[in-house]
Design a protein around this ligand. Sequence first.
Ligand SMILES: [Zn+2]
Length: 310
Amino acid sequence: MGDDVTGPDFVRSFQIEGMNVRGRIVHLTDLADRVLAAHAYPEAVSRVVGEALALTALLGASLKFDGVLTLQTRGDGPLRMVVADYSSPGTLRACATFDRDAVMALGPLPAFSDLVGKGSLAITIDPGGDMERYQGIVPLDAEGLGDAATAYFEQSEQIPTRIRLSVATLISRGDPSPHWRAGGMVIQNLAALGGHNAPKPGHDVDEDWNRASVLFSTIEPHELVDPQVEAERLLFRLYHEDGVRVFETEDLNFGCRCSAERVSAVLSQYPESEVRELAGEDGLVRATCEFCSTVYSFQPDELLKTQTAT
Ligand SMILES: [Zn+2]
């Protein structure tokens, strides 16, 4: 890898010509670095959070309306929970809850199943306003988040799907701290749904999907995170024989939706004795946002006043 440590964050959609196989590719450079460096989690946790960011961007970019897509793992392993969400247009954030000693005890490169244990992956779509939330849940008994999400699409949505995610650290000359990168790609066989999605005459749906999948399986992990491998070049390498049509590109940014109002609303639900107990030596109650590390502080009386007001 070269010395280029800054780069764009984007998700781009494409279609393989004639097949009605659609996909998206995501590259996270500055965004992955910002989120993962700020959290300073153990490396094994950072890798899963990086995958969650890339996967959330791939899924969130498919929303046809303004809303929030949340991906959440819950497991009985040392990595108890990972949450990543995408709010349109193009805003990502992520955090993790884990037992540090138990994670470190697993060594430098633990298997995904040892980290998360037994649990579930939930994908929630909140369109906002009065519209109803939608949630799908699949078991987490997979090799990684990509596999779990693939199972979600194949079982819940009946759409043949392939997903690859990759996370890496990049060392640049003269800079001792590693830079995080995350990337991923998804393809889905919409032709299998039939109807207006059916492919052009002369195309065999199964044969097309088989070829698209075999080519997809040749993706090397580094191709999804190396700044020298451009998205267009990777798509061309894979699908130049059939042709690839590239659609819109969405820029991605880190962003958090936390606010003093939201934090105070949560804290003011605690009983009075607990609120008083939370106060530090200076008498203030402090809460830190798990996503962006912003620290909010309140006078206990302030929190208890809203309590009696409601
Ligand atoms: Zn925040």
